[in-house]
Design a protein around this ligand. Structure first.
Ligand code: C2O
Ligand code: CU
Length: 658
């Protein structure tokens, strides 16, 4: 406390010592003053930035705030020549402290790198930026305290530091409040970021998925033009704001302004002509999920077409050979585009009706990134209660598609309350002799469809309810059919529906005893690694990530068996384009009920699954996990006939199917 410690210019005079207060007396040193004032200025600027962005953008991008704050804080630290060793130790301490406070966000940044709070940038935004701001704060307070020690003791001695600490806490709280996700109002959702073409090392530039010198190209594999009926549709990819409840608005990319897009109703054997018009600022395609389509119209960017550029249009022409419940979605950056709304349902009525229904209702279950980055479960884009009329005694068919995935990747559980029901078809393919079920939970994997049939009771309503990842039925979203309200108590989750024992046996083309021309083992795995130049959790087929996963070569007419071995703790809904799987067995146990035909088979954790298909549709066909995150991080391969393609996957074309 000797006088020599004081600077030349600013010795603590008696007059100064008498001034009590945060702003007037504290920073006696020039550096301390700079730190102090600069910190206040940063606070004001960042607050202004947040306000401005909120007004003009709907929500402040955490990255922009982070950038501004980091730049300014770095400037202050530089100008004030804070002792770096001290600064760094304070930084480390504060990072640790902040991680404890912000732990869920920090964990989410790494555990869910693709999520709305994911990745290193968000880790920086959520943890480092506020911490760095705290450093400036602490430096300011430290300067103040040091000044205080250097001037003459006076009274009240505790007042100034107390003020500093309180002011510091207020300023820190302001920052953390401005930066934390909790500051997002409950009814707003983060704006969508257009998919970015990956670039840099590790990103493939141009991968040819075909057989380069094959006699036939995918472009020649067109549908015949002899159908009696031609159905025309136009689907315009465009942005829209959805309101799943009256107080929640979700930005979405849609077909024709709604998600799900229009339900397309066609008849088996029809020729379907769909014009896709792209009014979005990035490339899109449409894949007709589950339809045994001619390869040209399969809608896979980089395999059967180039992604349709902004402002352009593209015509899909195909025959629908099978009746049933199907759906359509973009197959360019599927993970982002389909999840954010580019999907709809496709219903193919049978040429000769098999199942009578008075009411036929299609329902897409979709999980959105909702307010505060929480999952928002919807039925036909409603997070509340949907109503459908039906009179007592009428037969009702519900066609349920899971067009997204639950956050855990577990199947979406649904059940019907109020009437016994049958599962009449899976992925559009009828089951044989389905039994009646009561409140049985139905596990619907991503991309799978379940068709239910039931009869309206003499009085009261019937409700379709879903269970989220908490493993309990929720009251919303729900579909209420007929007059009445949701039952006061929802049933408990009982034993799940098991497709391997449901229905009654019937003769089938492919059985476990069939002769197969080839059997392929496909191991489903996950491990830390790189995919498309990114580091993170990859999902692998036989230990490899797309596009290094190789391919399955088939010849027309062959019977092919796939043996899936799931080595992970996760479900994998495995989908093959252009063909239909016959399920042979699960864990070596052959099916005891109806034959099951699916385009997407849900392989449970640590299970094996045998499926077979007849190679009767030449082309280049994707075989991939339909959990969009898994597909995006490697879980894709091709089933190939001897066919070439003029298209490529990679940064040169900008085609990235998942
Ligand atoms: Cu529903 Cu390859 O997709
Ligand atoms: Cu998967």
């Amino acid at each position: 406390m000797s006088k020599e410690l004081l600077t030349e210019k600013e010795s603590a005079t008696g007059a100064e010592a008498k001034r009590v207060g945060l702003l007037t007396r504290q920073p006696l040193f020039t550096l301390g003053k700079i730190a102090f004032w600069a910190f206040l200025i940063v606070t004001l600027q960042a607050t202004g930035l947040v306000v401005t962005l909120t007004i003009f953008n709907g929500a402040a991008s955490r990255d922009s705030v982070t950038f501004g704050v980091l730049a300014l804080t770095a400037t202050i630290l530089f100008i004030t020549r804070v002792r770096w060793v001290q600064a760094i130790s304070i930084l480390v301490g504060i990072v640790i402290l902040y991680i404890v406070v912000a732990e869920p966000f920090a964990i989410e940044a790494f555990a869910n790198p693709k999520g709305p709070n994911g990745g290193f940038g968000h880790f920086i935004g959520n943890v480092l930026a506020p911490s760095t701001v705290m450093v400036a704060l602490v430096a300011g307070v430290a300067t103040v305290l040091r000044n205080y020690c250097l001037i003459k003791p006076q009274k009240p001695r505790w007042l100034a530091p107390a003020f500093s600490v309180i002011a510091g806490m207020a300023i820190g709280a302001l920052f953390i409040g401005a930066l934390s996700p909790a500051s997002v109002p409950v009814d707003t959702v983060a704006p969508l970021q257009a998919p970015q073409i990956p670039a840099g090392s590790g990103v493939p530039t141009s991968v040819d998925m075909g057989m380069p010198h094959a006699p036939i190209s995918v472009s020649q594999l067109q549908a015949p033009t002899n159908a009696l009926q031609v159905d025309h549709f136009t689907l315009t990819a465009q942005p829209a704001k959805l309101t799943p409840t009256s107080d929640i608005t979700i930005p979405a990319w849609t077909f024709n302004g709604t998600a799900p897009g229009p339900t397309l109703h066609v008849r088996q054997g029809d020729e379907v002509v769909v014009t896709l018009v792209n009014r979005l600022p990035f490339g899109v395609t449409i894949h007709w999920h589950g339809v045994r389509i001619a390869n040209t119209a399969d809608g896979v960017a980089g395999v059967t077409q180039d992604a349709v550029k902004p402002g352009q249009s593209y015509v899909y022409r195909f025959i629908v050979p099978d009746a049933g419940t199907y759906w359509y979605h973009s197959h360019q950056f599927s993970d982002e585009e389909t999840t954010n709304g580019l999907y709809g349902m496709l219903i193919v009525d049978p040429a000769t009706p098999t199942i009578h229904a008075d009411v036929d209702y299609a329902l897409a279950l979709h999980t959105w990134n909702g307010p505060n980055n929480q999952p928002l479960y919807t039925m036909n884009a409603s997070a509340g209660t949907l109503n459908q009329t039906a009179r007592p005694g009428q037969w009702v068919r519900l066609r349920i598609a899971n067009t997204a995935e639950t956050p855990s990747g577990n199947p979406q559980l649904v059940t019907l309350v109020g009437a016994p029901f049958q599962v009449v078809s899976l992925d559009g393919h009828d089951l044989h002799g389905p039994q009646w079920l009561n409140n049985t939970p139905l596990p619907i994997g991503s991309a799978q469809r379940y068709d239910l049939l039931f009869r309206m009771p003499a009085h009261g309503s019937v409700a379709l309810v879903t269970a989220d990842d908490s493993q309990r039925y929720a009251r919303t979203p729900a579909l209420l059919i007929g007059q009445g309200a949701l039952p006061a108590t929802l049933p408990a989750l009982t034993r799940w529906f098991d497709l391997t024992t449901y229905g009654t046996p019937a003769v089938d083309t492919l059985t476990p005893q069939s002769h197969f021309n080839a059997t392929y083992n496909i191991t489903l795995g996950n491990q830390m690694g790189t995919s498309l130049g990114r580091m993170g959790m990859t999902y692998t087929l036989n230990g490899k990530v797309f596009p290094d996963t190789g391919m399955i070569m088939v010849k027309e007419g062959q019977r092919i068996k796939l043996h899936f071995v799931n080595q992970t703790n996760l479900y994998h809904p495995m989908h093959l384009h252009g063909h239909v799987f016959t399920v042979l067995d699960q864990n070596g146990q052959p099916l005891t009920g109806s034959p099951v035909h699916q385009d997407t088979v849900l392989v449970p954790p640590h299970a094996t699954y045998d499926v077979a298909f007849v190679a009767n549709n030449p082309g280049i066909w994707m075989l991939h996990c339909h959990n969009f995150l898994h597909a995006n991080w490697g879980m894709d391969m091709m089933v190939m006939y001897n066919v070439s393609t003029p298209y490529t996957v990679g940064s040169a074309s900008g085609n990235f199917p998942d």
